[in-house]
Structure formats: structure tokens, C-alpha cells
Design a protein around this ligand. Sequence first.
Ligand code: 5BU
Length: 476
Amino acid sequence: MGFDKKLENLAVKLFEINAVKFGEFVMKSGLTTPVYFDLRVIVSYPEVLDLISSLLYEFSVKSSSCDHLCGVPYTALPIATLLSVLAKKPMLMRRKEAKAYGTKKLIEGHFKAGQTVLIVEDVVTSGGSVLETVNDIRKEGLVAEEAVVIVDRQQGGVKNLEANNVHVKSLFTISSLLEIFVKHGKVTKETAEKVKEYLKNNQAVKEPTVADAPVDRTKLTYEKREKLANNPIAKKLFNIMATKKSNLCLSVDLTSTSKILDLLTRVGEHICLVKTHVDIIEDFSESFVTQLKQLADRFGFLILEDRKFADIGNTVSLQYSKGLYKIGDWADCVTVHSLPGEGVLKAISASVNGVSKGVFLLAEMSSEGNLITPDYIEQTVKVAAKYPELMTGFVCQNKKTFSDPGLIQLTPGVQLQSSGDGLGQVYNTPEKIILENGADIAVVGRGIVAAKNPEAQVVIYRDALWKAYAERVGAK
Ligand code: 5BU
């Protein structure tokens, strides 16, 4: 097989083992990237390690007159090891930190000043990591003027290294990878264009390091996420969930205030959030609101009014704070459609005016045949990022809809008894929505409200949801 064919095979393999991913990744640094490399995973695939090292050998090491090879810690270490064996050339190891005791050497291995070193690296973005290794090597009197890398992210790193007298050869650039991925139907042309556009606008950014790796929010505990939340209601909710061991939101879709208050008196201790539709109540009064808030205080749950605001900003700010219901006075958080655009969030932000309130933005719906498209979802998540103080989370159905661990995924459409209601509602089980769909809080309505014995049902749902969450974060 020719070199180019092998290169193509390797690219496809890297895609298949998730060493390269496309989407929207929020780094711990807060920056986002549409493409993320995680070549650490290659240690689990000996055939990929073999392919990478043989290609790097053919491509660069074979023709290099270097005396030593040195991998940039940590991902490139196994590759440098394999290359050293293939080329029969000794390897040097650079420590990330000098040992606190003993020799305090930065570079391990036997060498003489003046000898040359070929640096091996997995991904180059700004070139910063390669330079750190180069500098430590140069401090020992060694010559480091050549580097070989698997992927050049084309964000200025190669130029930066050349400026520091390090000549770089890369097996792939993002462009060459994209070409192969498009050819093999792994990514669409649109995605490829989006990535190229991103690269054009993001030159010489900080190299995403292991510490910057995108976090899988669903693997983090609610306690950890409380610390990562910006919105005060999200913080409170994470805290309540962790303390009460409940990720259950009860949707009290009842039309009389006495029935709602009576039900909450019986089940309030088991829920973290109550969700209301205040406009279906036939005897709404201020005293209802007072009693609802008393129950929320007594049992320690928050109140979400599922108003689904969807008008222009000015109207929404009136609907939020005025009229019969004065929602903004008593609801800790509300649901909002992103359909009208940013104005809705701006309006609520202004109405809230520094008081601890929150918004769950609708990114997806549980009903069959709803008209929300992937682009709508993407734009919804983008607009939300502009209002970190206001955003409690998203109402959505999928783990991949957003990645910010400080936001909460609220997912309706949960029931044990049936898979639909004949009017378009689609139900999933507690296990599925927590473990597969990534929900942080599950909304259950009729599964509890319409049950013969709501007190018994609420415990069944709470326990099933909590058990699934504990399994998800690896807690016992
Ligand atoms: P159910 O009885 O569990 O089907 O009630 C679900 C509640 O969640 C109900 O109040 C809906 O208005 C609400 N809901 C939903 O079911 N699906 C959605 O996508 C959204 C809200 Br958004």
C-alpha cells in the first residue's frame, strides 16, 4: 500500500476512535472550538500506534540525521518510544516538572552537549508545548531544530516555531484531514467550511492542553457543577438536588389551587423543583402564591413557571412582571422560547434587574413532529451563551445539545406507564433520559399527578432517577 493510502486509512481510523471530534466544544478556558483532537486515546489502539509510528518514520525520522528523539509529554511519549525502536536511535525524556528530590534533571537519558534532537508531538496549535520542550533541551546544550508532528491545527503554531528556529514537518494539517473526512463521508462539506472559517478567525490561540479538555458535564456531580454555575438559581438547584438526593421536577398540571397545594404538601419532600402552568388554574389568587412559596420554603424546592414566553422583548417583559399573575414576583425561573431572538433574554434580564432569577431556554421539545431544526438548536445554544447570569439551563432532550457544565438540562416527557399520550407527547423512562439523553432534572407530570397514589409514585420516580444519576457519575 502506498504512503498516501496509508495516510488516508490512518485519518479515517483517528476519526473512528474519536481521536478527532467535530461539534461545539467548550474548553475549560471558556474558548470554544468546532474541532477537538484527543490523541491520548491512541494508547488503546495498538494498530493505530503502529500505523502512526511507521508513517512518521517513513515521512521524517528515516531521513533525519538527529542523534536523539524526544516526545513532548505526555501524548507523544509512546509514539517517540516506537519511533526510537524503529529508527534504532536513543530517546530522551523530558520531565514536566523537575523532581523535588535527587538529581533534579529536566531531561532524562544519556547525551552529550551539541548532539541533535528531533522533537515528536501529537498536535500543534500555538506551538507553545513544543517550545517548552525545545527550551528545556536547549538548556542542556543540546540542539533542537527539528520537530515532527501528527497534526498541524494551522493556527500559527508552525510559523511560531519556525521563528524560534524549529523546523516542523506535519503528517496532517486540519485541511488535509478535512479533505479525507469529506471524501469518506465522515463530515459534511458545511462542517468542513465551518472549521476552516474558525481557523481563519482563530490564529495563534492558546494550545488546548489536557487541562483544557472539554468536560463531559454528564459525568460531573451536581456538587461540582454547583461551583461551575453562573446563574444563582442554577447554583441553588444543584445544591438542592445534591442535598435532597432528588433530580425530580413535578409538573403540577392541575386546574385548582387546592389540588395543587394538597399534592405538594404530600410529595414536596421528594422533589427539587415544581413546574406550574399558571394560566390553566381556574381560581388563581395571591393567597395561592403565598401558600405555594411557603410550601417551597418548607420542603426546599424551587418554582418554575412553564410560561414559554415567545413574543417580542417588550411584550415579554410586561407578561413577565405585570398582569394577573405577576410571574416575575414568585417564580424562581421561567421557560422561554428562543424563537423571537435575543430580545426575549434581554427583556427578562432587564426585568430581573439583579434579583436572583433564572431562565430555562427551550432548545428542543418532547412532542412528536415539533418543528425545531438542528440549526435552530445550535443558534439557541449560541444566543444563551451571551446571558450567563440569567441562564439556568435548557429544556432539551439530548446530551449533545449543550456542553456547559454550569447549566442544567431539564427534560420533560418522562413516564413509566406509557410511551405517549395520544396527543403527540413522547415518553421515555427515567433511566433512558438520565443515562442516554443526558437530563439533569426530569419533569414528570401525569405519571405522578394522575396516579392513584401519587405519594407512592413520587418515591418510585425519585429513586429511579437518582439511581440513574448515581450510576452516571460513578457514585454508589
Ligand atoms: P406530562 O404529564 O409528564 O406529559 O407533562 C409534561 C409537562 O412538561 C407538561 O406540563 C408540558 O407542558 C411540559 N413540556 C413537555 O411535555 N414537553 C416539552 O418539550 C416541554 C414542556 Br418544553
